[in-house]
Design a protein around this ligand. Structure first.
Ligand code: FAD
Length: 464
């Protein structure tokens, strides 16, 4: 494929981390004619032998899909993405009910296999002229003044010195680039660990090769203080994730209590009666799969002049309860490309512009992701929540472009997260006022609804 000729033809960008955002950004930059040096500490996952990722599959919404569209890759990803039209709630007795996500069937989110998405992005990046991916290379140290990075080959332990013009850290929540930048200039990093950890399980395909649960729903076993969820994979299997506090307290169970198989089995059978018979390797998976940590990382500064920038989880790791980490990281990449524009600006201006545009949005999705944990593990079980959801969708149908449920703004639209949060607060107040003393949708005062929406919410239509 021929290289695009642009003002940047003589420019090289160094990227650290070939995870979700690093591979996408390599594609987007290379398509604009930049040369890319991409370093990844793990081996090439397409050749096998790479360590397992921290979650097997993930939910993609419109933000992530828009970014893939920009990269020309959406059709390829759609070939293995599974649409999910709502949450399938599993009660203690094994009964199920579906809560649709959107106002109609067009509003769905997608379950995507993480490794396949990563491989698809790696293939696309490598197919472009000018992209060089160095697997097995771990970033160890950066001399910012000299513009020099020291990398270590993870198998031979040989060192490589790499001179860079601009370096972008997309090396995830434990970012070495962030640590190095922070040593050079205070980034205002805050790290907040959640009490909840997670462990993954799996349900294999049935004997006929098909899914053993409805693949077009995100399954949730909400139990108040904890929950199990399941997302379908395109090979007929499901990946399940148990979110549970690390330590038991009061009546609330914790991973620390589930040290042996009898305790593990008793807990799972009591709480997830319909899932347990399908998890054929429950004992091995409980023993072998680690408990993962979850947390939120925020930074007040994302760049070091025009030399260094962090984006994705490196700058803003969030808890996974809104399914937005990859979506937000991809959105960073799209916005960075917008900030680069025609390529005539200095990196320092581009990086400062990106930071200014993204920090409030990153903080807003971090907050919404934390709030969504309570919604998923607890609120979804209550009739009041169902009525509120139904009213949100009714108002959306009656006032298109004016009232859009906050969940929908996050998952099905690209309205900036901070604005989504702000509108969500106003909408929550309107819903509270309309639902006071109301037990059914037909009792809602829709004239009052029109008045409140008209007074308090400006139109969204042109930005949707
Ligand atoms: P990563 O994907 O973590 O990539 C970082 C890369 O950098 C890795 O390849 C790593 O090996 C490499 N690296 C690290 N250090 C170095 C170094 N020193 N030198 C060289 N390379 C290095 N998000 C969603 O959108 N939807 C979901 O449903 C969802 N579910 C999740 C479920 C769980 C349980 C968890 C934990 C997360 C979930 N997320 C989800 C969040 C999502 O996984 C992250 O937000 C996303 O992977 C961030 O992308 P990234 O490219 O910034 O970092």
């Amino acid at each position: 494929m021929g290289r695009l000729v642009s003002l940047q033809d003589n420019k090289t960008v160094t990227l650290i981390g070939a995870g979700m955002a690093g591979t996408l950004l390599a594609v987007l930059l290379a398509k604009r004619g930049y040369r890319i040096e991409l370093f990844e500490r793990n081996p090439d996952p397409r050749k096998g032998g790479a360590p397992a990722g921290r979650s097997v599959n993930l939910a993609l919404g419109e933000r992530g899909r828009y970014a893939l569209r920009q990269a020309g890759l959406l059709a390829k990803v759609d070939a293995f993405a599974i649409p999910m039209r709502g949450r399938m709630l599993h009660d203690l007795d094994g009964s199920m009910r579906l809560q649709p996500y959107g106002k109609d069937e067009s509003e769905v989110i997608y379950s995507v296999h993480r490794a396949r998405l990563n491989e698809c992005l790696l293939d696309a990046a490598e197919a472009l002229d000018g992209v060089k991916i160095h697997f097995d290379h771990r970033l160890d140290e950066i001399d910012w003044a000299k513009g020099r990075a020291r990398l270590v080959h993870t198998r031979t332990e040989t060192e490589l010195s790499h001179d860079f013009d601009a370096l972008i850290g997309l090396d995830g929540a434990g970012s070495a680039v962030r640590q190095s930048m922070n040593g050079e200039m205070e980034l205002g990093v805050s790290e907040e660990l959640l009490e909840t950890g997670y462990k993954e399980f799996s349900i294999p395909a049935g004997e006929d090769g098909r899914h053993q649960l409805d693949p077009n729903a995100l399954h949730i076993w909400p139990r108040g203080g904890f929950m199990l969820i399941a997302l379908a994979n395109s090979d007929g299997s499901f990946t399940l994730t148990l979110f549970l506090d690390n330590e038991a307290h009061g009546d609330m169970p914790g991973f620390d209590q589930l040290g042996d198989w009898p305790a593990q089995r008793a807990f799972m059978e009591e709480q997830f009666v319909d899932a347990v018979p399908l998890i054929t390797r429950l004992e091995e998976e409980f023993r072998d799969n680690p408990v993962g940590l979850l947390g939120t990382i925020r930074c007040r500064r994302w760049h070091l002049g025009g030399k260094g920038l962090i984006i994705g989880d490196a700058a803003h790791a969030i808890v996974p309860f809104h399914g937005q980490g990859v979506n937000a990281a991809f959105e960073d990449c799209v916005e960075l490309m917008d900030c680069i524009g025609d390529g005539s600006r200095e990196w320092s201006e581009v990086f400062a512009d990106l930071q200014q545009k993204r920090i409030d949005n990153a903080n807003a999705i971090a907050d919404m992701a934390l709030e969504n944990y309570d919604i998923m593990r607890e609120s979804v079980r209550h009739e009041g929540f169902l009525l509120r959801k139904a009213l949100e969708h009714e108002l959306e149908r009656r006032h298109p472009g004016h009232f859009v449920a906050r969940y929908s703004l996050v998952m099905f639209h690209r309205v900036p997260y901070a604005e989504t949060y702000r509108r969500g607060e106003i909408q929550a107040q309107i819903l509270d006022e309309l639902l006071e003393g109301v037990e059914a949708l037909e009792d809602v005062d829709y004239d009052k609804a029109s008045r409140l929406i008209g007074e308090r919410l400006d139109p969204l239509q042109e930005r949707l």
